[in-house]
Design a protein around this ligand. Structure first.
Ligand code: ZN
Length: 372
């Protein structure tokens, strides 16, 4: 009997403990905690949803978003002020430092070319980037007529493809911003038109001039301004991805849209990578999407955005980049700025990861040019 009573008591106690656990589970505190966890999960899912949608299946090498960006001159003159842009009347860099395609294959470019069409380039005056001593004023192998200035401290600037008319001669001491000569007339070397070849050397090695000087008031930051697309390599890249954009004519008109607006066509193509995964052929709507893979006017799928040709949408996308590039605060990444919510001109895309995806594809496409 006692045994039974004891057992019953034990059972009752067990039941009480179980009830305590159950009631704790359903207590308001636990319910609130569970609800909070669920809300957090839901918010996380909503926030990451566009990334999940837009993410590309292919694993591309992770890039540091700033790896190719020269946002502002990193070198300052010894007197603490900025160096002088050598052609104040021209803000356009027609060929960048590093590698470029000159039609006969890719070769290293030891400086930048500054040009803006024949009319606005020929005979434009050029100015010393910094104070120094003229060490050459005349013919120089590879640069036609040139002026070299030694600024001391291992820093030398070279100005090539000049007019015979010069303001300085060897041994002259020049001040920063002093006029030294003029851009030459006509075709020079293997280039396609008149330009200033501007080269900076530090201790004998060519360095990127854009680390020292920036074009004044350019519409598009120099990092995003026009440079040629390596169409054969880009074609191979797109064919590998079974992209509907793998078509020489489409790539040529993207390049043309870039030239028209001074926007890098590689950037335009990178945006189609982010917006449409380069339009896979297997997509049922591929033939419609390639007409507007930039989703200008919101979407390729409806309204005005569904009425465009590839050429029209490429130009509109490029013009949008020009517009959005304005008013970029110094130090802001130029691609991030295109979709920044604090950009007073608006933003390219709604979701915050857009620029990271675009930067990733842009880096890949620029690498196809054979250099950095
Ligand atoms: Zn050059």
């Amino acid at each position: 009997m006692e045994n039974i009573v004891q057992k019953t008591t034990e059972t009752v106690q067990k039941a009480k403990k179980a009830w305590a656990v159950v009631s704790l589970l359903f207590s308001p505190y636990v319910l609130v905690a569970v609800l909070l966890i669920l809300i957090c999960l839901l918010v996380g899912l909503i926030v990451s949803f566009p990334f999940l949608l837009a993410s590309d299946q292919d694993k591309l090498t992770e890039v540091v978003p700033n790896s190719y960006v020269v946002a502002a001159p990193s070198q300052i003159d010894a007197d603490g002020t900025l160096y002088f842009w050598p052609v104040p009347s021209i803000a356009r860099v027609s060929s960048k430092f590093g590698y470029r395609d000159i039609g006969e294959g890719i070769e290293g470019h030891r400086g930048i070319d500054i040009a803006n069409g024949k009319e606005k380039t020929e005979n434009q005056p050029i100015y010393a980037m910094a104070a120094g001593t003229v060490t050459l004023a005349g013919s120089a192998s590879g640069y036609g007529r040139a002026i070299y200035i030694d600024h001391g401290g291992g820093l030398v600037t070279k100005y090539g493809h000049l007019s015979a008319q010069m303001d300085v001669s060897v041994g002259d001491v020049v001040q920063k911003g002093q006029r030294i000569g003029y851009i030459g007339v006509g075709l020079v070397g293997r280039s396609t038109g008149p330009h200033l070849h501007f080269q900076i050397e530090m201790n004998g090695s060519a360095v990127n001039p854009l680390d020292y000087v920036q074009p004044p008031g350019a519409d598009v930051p120099v990092e995003l301004s026009y440079r040629s697309m390596n169409i054969p390599e880009v074609l191979k890249f797109l064919e590998k991805r079974k992209s509907a954009l793998a078509d020489v004519n489409i790539l040529a008109l993207i390049d043309a849209a870039g030239q028209k607006t001074n926007v890098d066509p590689n950037l335009l193509l990178a945006i189609t990578g982010q917006e449409q995964s380069f339009v896979p052929k297997k997509n049922n709507h591929a033939s419609e999407i390639i007409k507007n893979p930039w989703n200008v006017f919101g979407c390729w799928c409806s309204g005005k955005g569904a009425t465009l040709t590839t050429e029209e949408s490429a130009v509109i996308a490029a013009k949008t980049i020009v517009k959005l590039s304005a008013d970029r605060p110094s130090g802001r990444n130029p691609i991030e700025w295109l979709s920044a919510k604090d950009n007073p001109k608006g933003y390219y895309a709604e979701h915050n990861g857009w620029w990271i995806g675009v930067s990733k594809y842009y880096k890949v496409l620029l690498d196809l040019r054979g250099g950095t």
